[in-house]
Design a protein around this ligand. Sequence first.
Ligand code: WT7
Length: 697
Amino acid sequence: MPAKKKAPASPKAKPKAVAAKKPTAANTKVKKSTAAASNPADSISSLMQENRLFPPSKDFSSKAHISTLAQLKALREKAAKNPVKFWEEQAKALTWFKPWKTALKWKHPFAEWFVGGKINISYNCLDRHVATWRRNKAAIVWEAEGGEQRTLTYQALLSEVCKFSTVLKSLGVSKGDVVAIYMGMVPEAIIAMLACARIGATHNVVFGGFSAEALRERINDSKAVAVITQDGSYRRGSIVPLKDNVDAALTETPTIQNVIVYKRVGSDVNMMIGRDHWWHERMMVPMAPCAPEPLDSEHPLFILYTSGSTAKPKGILHTTGGYITQVAYTTKMVFDLREEDLYFCMADIGWVTGHSYIVYGPLANGASIFLYEGAPNYPAPDRIWDMISRHKVTVFYTAPTAIRGFMRAGEQYPISHNMSSLRLLGSVGEPINPEAWIWYHTLIGNKRCPIVDTWWQTETGGIMISPIPGATTLKPGSCTMPLPGILADVVRKDGVSCGPNEGGLLVVKHPWPGMLRTIYGDPQRYKDVYWSDFAPTRTRPGYYLAGDGARKDKDGYFWVMGRIDDVVNVSGHRLGTAEVESALVSHKTVAEAAVVARPDDLKGSALVAFVTLKSGVDSEPSFLEQHREVLRSHVIKEIGHIAKLDEIRFTDALPKTRSGKIMRRLLREIAHGNVVTGDTTTLEDFSILEKLRQDEE
Ligand code: WT7
């Protein structure tokens, strides 16, 4: 429940009516389109204003690591004055084999953190805890899609990691080699990652939903020497043939020497003699301690490929000491981690969220993580809620796309489970529209749990902008403010900071420890993509360009408006499509929406919306025809005439990447003229494209 209503920022923003009790978009109001006119050219117009405030509860704050706003402000100010010193203090929470000499070496745009220091991440995630009472604490509580359960204590996890490190070494994998991991969500995937980190091999986790072709490309680009995989993995009751995909990928991968196969499903697979090895056979080595390799702070920990555009995927390179410093610190502060938590991040380990906030951050803090193998709606739409109530999960972290999926399925599913163990919720991956935020808060958090909306990227390594739950007053849809030690801002094209509510580009003004070090094998592309728009000048340092549009409101809260590539130009105003989508989703019939632009002689661009309706909504053509008008008026009411939708197409599903991001690029092509070119290898379901092409107004 909103505790307090604030006066709107300006007369333009004045809400017509503020529904105090009803948790709908009724008090998400707008500055009518005139507001955009005051913005300088090239800035992005923001039309939406959300006025609800959710201060932390006394109960939550009193137990939190940071429990007052004053404390947080003081920390943020101190860190801003000397970010390097701030991060040095956080690095000291870890165990270093040898202390660093220089905290930051910065030769724009290449950073080195904690230079001269020696550290091992697997030591910090395992051995360190095993030396304490945490030895018998659950590190991983795992549930298979079929219901089977396993718990690994810190001691058990360390033993497995040591054994597997020995296996890797016995196959000739050594420090500096790249190892591809192509697995499902099983504890062995985490064991494989930690074993690589232990011996100093660099892992390249390839999402288990990717095709053989995508795997081959990533193996070749990273020059991996080995692949760790499974015979198959379970997904929605069927088997994904991982080993068959590996076989298909390995036809043209000259660097691969060994394949290790974990038997998960017992299916028939080909084993090539000399190249392929069963995990369980190799693991029958006598248990010998495998000492963690003392690694340079800048030793490469992992490469992770990000896609998105038409171009070749980028191999984002992360290193050791700085990365673990940022993820360990942010996990503790943002999730306000407590010893007794059972922490559940729903991401796949194939994404950076899985790396940083399933594996490394939580384990570095000695937390118990809950790991789930399968699909969130299998065998029924309440699977996640059922597991949360059975295992008594306390912290739950997921993405807006999943939340909208849960909303679409219906509130009867969460309502039928007791989720009173939850104390904190998190969101990541895209802007969370206020409607989904309120649903999450009400139905999952029972209005008790703070929501941390965390903004970051594969490139940033760890969370950058987020509430600190015991201190920050939340605004639905805002990721609030940069964390202490992170100097993020919203600027115009010339690098000058934007004024309140003026849309611009999200940048980071000072290097941070978890930042990507380069694009693997392509430092020039690294410079061009992230550092060339705001190169250093005589009066200011260079800025990191995140590629997102954003605005800061009068309280300094950040509102991310989506990727700059998704900005549309309508009648001279540059609009972030995320706001139009958010307005659509605030209508009670709409489950999900994507808005793109089509060139228009008159307006520059016409707005085309692809809309998925909630289950149970009438699908008769006559209803839909009328409903287009209803939705058009709704968006105008919410945002203003500038956002008049020229075309609305109803569809059963939207094309998404496998991590749940809507592929607006494909929708743009469809809206232009029904031909899709460019890379579609990251698309989750190809049949959707066919359906969209056929769906004409
Ligand atoms: C892009 C990065 C970070 C792990 C998952 C995604 C968008 C991410 C938020 C948020 C608004 C967000 C941005 C960003 N994004 N979190 N809380 N609010 N937008 O990693 O695939 O590298 O994507 O996701 O557009 O640039 P990624």
